[in-house]
Design a protein around this ligand. Structure first.
Ligand SMILES: Cc1ncc(COP(=O)(O)O)c(C=O)c1O
Length: 396
């Protein structure tokens, strides 16, 4: 384990890399669940695979062999990959509750049937936006719980899809509790991205929705498999949705997978250190607002426990640095928000601390895959950090 002001590194036991993709992983994600999610999502209006952007110039400036970024900033015009999971989860729930098909519900042909269903969730911003979007298209009522640190810009974006907003004092975890409490007393359905004992179907569907981006990326990478993936984590569901399919398809020939979190929101890192889902130790106060989670998803742990090779936490300063680099120094300018740029933040911190770079095998030969998981989901914050408005930085 390495620990500096810039970065902490925990390496997974190298033996787990050879494990077969089996129970309990296939219970959550399998070729069949991925294909089912993709078939449904590919029929949504405006579906198109997001770009995989090749950045050879930036790679060479960073001293690595290759760098590609799966860019999610334009996903369904919602600004993040979350559209895939949140809305897919809503559809699966509404279909279960009403007996109507997901196609009918998404096209707004089952509005009367779904009108009596209320879905709710807590969010740092992007998940709530995706749930509100899905519920809005279907015609279901939606209530979104926001904690103190969620910006007004993110609240406005959610409210624009017709959701009712509830503000909750405290952290993300406080808002999760409040949403669950209200749902229990009012007969609403919680649409959480994270799981807990006895609550697994819905978070599995959310994770399955995210795998669409991984399947697209694996096709887009065709004959050139990356050597490394740096993937950011809040509760860890995105990281699991990226690591799982690569493990299932490529086995031990999969890329070395590095899970990246902010120092102050380190629940996945702490889980890796303790060998089981564990609460984080940080204050949860981080510029990477959407990664601010105190407890990781147990379902994500089932995949990351063996599917990830390294867990790092990085100082907040690397995220703005990564955002500016993507806007100004990338071969193709990319607009990535504070959490969207976190994978690059992890790569930068690892390269800067040479013993970490060495431990991870980062050299002139390596070929890194990142996921820019969001665009400028809060344009005001983006402009403050990058010094230009998102629309003045062309993207993707
Ligand atoms: C833009 C962005 N990136 C990454 C994440 C992390 O995803 P997860 O919480 O599944 O780890 C989130 C979560 O909200 C997010 O909004």
């Amino acid at each position: 384990m390495t620990r500096t002001d810039a970065i902490r590194l925990h390496l997974n036991d190298p033996h787990v890399r050879g494990r077969a993709y089996d129970e309990p992983q296939t219970r959550v994600l399998s070729r069949a669940t991925r294909s089912a999610a993709r078939q449904v999502i590919a029929r949504w209006q405006d579906y198109a695979p997001t770009p995989l952007v090749d950045l050879p110039g930036l790679a060479s400036r960073l001293g690595i062999g290759g760098l590609r970024i799966k860019y999610e900033g334009h996903r369904f015009r919602l600004g993040s990959f979350k559209a895939l999971g949140g809305a897919y989860g809503v559809l699966r729930v509404l279909s279960r509750e009403t007996g109507r098909t997901m196609d009918d519900i998404m096209a707004g042909r089952a509005r009367n049937a779904v009108a009596g269903v209320t879905v709710c969730c807590a969010t740092d911003g992007n998940h709530g936006r995706a749930v509100a979007w899905g519920a809005g298209l279907a015609g279901a009522r939606c209530v979104i719980y926001l904690h103190d640190h969620v910006s007004q810009g993110r609240e406005d974006a959610i409210a624009a899809y017709g959701a009712d907003i509830m503000r909750v004092k405290g952290t993300y975890d406080d808002s999760v509790l409040k949403a669950a409490e209200d749902a229990g007393s009012r007969g609403w359905i919680v649409l959480s991205d994270t799981s807990w004992p006895g609550y697994e179907d819905i978070p599995s569907w959310v994770m399955q929705g995210y795998t669409v981006l991984t399947d697209e990326a694996m096709e887009q990478m065709a004959g050139r498999r990356p050597s490394h993936v740096f993937i950011q984590a809040g509760v860890g569901v995105l990281a699991a949705a990226v690591a799982g399919p690569m493990w299932e398809e490529w086995g031990s020939a999969r890329p070395l997978t590095v899970v990246v979190e902010p120092h102050e929101a380190d629940c996945v890192y702490q889980s890796a250190v303790h060998g089981r889902p564990t609460e984080g130790t940080g204050s949860l106060d981080t510029v990477m607002a959407c990664l601010s989670a105190g407890t990781m998803s147990p379902l994500a742990w089932d995949i990351l426990e063996c599917g990830a090779d390294a867990f790092i936490t990085v100082a907040d300063r690397y995220s703005p640095q990564a955002m500016v680099m993507l806007a100004n120094d990338a071969d193709v300018p990319l607009v990535a928000g504070e959490s969207g740029a976190a994978g690059l933040a992890g790569l930068l911190a690892s390269l800067q601390e040479s013993d970490v770079g060495q431990a991870l095998g980062l050299d002139r030969e390596c070929d890194v895959l990142l996921v820019a998981s969001e665009g400028a989901t809060d344009p005001e914050i983006y402009t403050r950090i990058v010094g230009r408005r998102p629309e003045d930085v062309s993207s993707g």
